[in-house]
Every structure is written in C-alpha cells, then in structure tokens.
Design a protein around this ligand. Structure first.
Ligand SMILES: Cc1cc2nc3c(=O)[nH]c(=O)nc-3n(C[C@H](O)[C@H](O)[C@H](O)COP(=O)(O)OP(=O)(O)OC[C@H]3O[C@@H](n4cnc5c(N)ncnc54)[C@H](O)[C@@H]3O)c2cc1C
Length: 169
C-alpha cells in the first residue's frame, strides 16, 4: 500500500524578519495555537447555526407528526439539553488559553451535530431520501466534523496527555 500522506516539509525556508510569526523554530507552537482557536473560540459562531438547525428540526417534527412519537420526543429533548451543555461549556471556557478546553469543545460540538444529523434522518424517515437537501447535507457533512480540525482520537490523545497527565504512548 505504501505511505501516501499528503505531508509537506519546508527545510531552510527564508522570509523577511517582519513576516515571522512568533519566534524562528516555534512554527509548531504557532500552528497548535491556531488549531486551538479553530477548535475552540471559532466554534462560538457555529452555535448560532446549530440552534437554528435544532429549531428547524423541531418544527419539521411538529409538521410531520413525528413530535408525537415518544422516542423521537425524548431524542429531541436530549438534543436540546446537549446543545445547552455545549453552549455552557463554550461560554465557561471563553477567553481561556488552555488548549485542552478547545479539544473538549471540539469533541462535544462535533458529536452533538453528528447526532442531530442522525436524528433528522430518523424524523424524516424514508422521505429523507427525496428532497430535503438541507437535512441530507447536514447529515452527510457532519460525518466529517469528527475528522477535520483534528479527529476525535487526536483530541482525546491531547486531553489524556495534557489534562490527565497520562503518558503520550
Ligand atoms: C471535510 C474536510 C475538510 C478539511 N479541511 C481542512 C482544511 O481546511 N485544512 C487542513 O489543513 N486540513 C483539512 N482537513 C484535513 C483534516 O484536518 C484531516 O483529515 C484530519 O486532521 C485527520 O487527519 P488524516 O486525514 O491525516 O487522518 P490520519 O491522521 O491518517 O488518521 C486516520 C485515523 O487514525 C486515527 N489516528 C491517527 N493518529 C492517531 C493516534 N496517534 N492515536 C489514535 N488514533 C489516531 C485518526 O483519528 C483517524 O481515525 C479536512 C478534512 C475534511 C474531511
């Protein structure tokens, strides 16, 4: 099979001193700080969309009659509680510079959104296969959310090493 990772290495790269971000040799620290921002603070804006997704799904469940199904009502209530928990954690850790908090938040929101996509497919049933582009897109794209920005496994590795002080290997 071989190794086909798309990794790019820059050796001996030169630039104007004014263009250096951080200190020379500290590129990985800068990259990690940038990633922590993507996983953490940048998520605050996403929440607005998540709230809208959930409200739209509740409205769709009401319209289709699915909201009367006790199991689906239970799952919608759990989704609502889950989003409250994500929001509370995001606000609680806002402005903090602990990268493990960004990892916890990334796992929380990506898992939550994925479950919402699955719930949307359950609520729409067979109808989800025809039309409903918005929900199909949410379901399919949310599969990638536990991968991009660092996969769940990588987030848990960071949490294990940094927050719990466990050995790296
Ligand atoms: C929709 C989408 C958009 C993206 N956008 C961008 C972008 O804008 N910019 C960008 O730079 N990248 C982007 N990516 C790439 C993304 O960041 C990587 O796909 C992601 O970090 C996972 O890396 P990988 O694909 O190399 O998987 P690998 O690192 O090869 O991992 C494969 C599997 O092994 C697991 N794994 C790997 N190492 C370990 C370990 N040490 N311990 C336990 N498990 C491990 C992973 O969790 C995963 O399940 C995007 C990816 C997707 C799907």
């Amino acid at each position: 099979m071989g190794d086909h990772r798309p990794e790019v290495f820059f050796d001996g790269a030169r630039t104007a001193a004014a263009h250096v971000v951080g200190q020379p040799g500290d590129g990985w620290q800068v990259a990690k700080a940038t990633l922590a921002f993507e996983r953490g603070a940048a998520m605050l804006g996403l929440q607005v969309g998540f709230r809208r997704d959930l409200e739209n799904l509740i409205a769709a469940a009401r319209e289709s009659g699915a909201a009367a199904d006790p199991l689906l009502r239970d799952k919608l209530a759990r989704a609502w509680i889950g989003l409250e928990a994500v929001r509370a954690y995001a606000l609680d850790t806002l402005g903090g510079d602990d990268p493990t908090q960004a990892s916890v938040l990334k796992v929380l929101w990506s898992r939550w959104h994925q479950r919402l996509g699955e719930l949307a497919m359950e609520i729409l049933g067979a109808e989800s296969m025809t039309g409903h582009d918005e929900w199909q897109r949410l379901f399919l794209f949310s599969r990638a959310e536990t991968i991009y920005g660092g996969s769940d496994e990588i987030q848990r590795n960071i949490i294990a090493a940094r927050a719990l002080g466990l050995p790296r290997k």
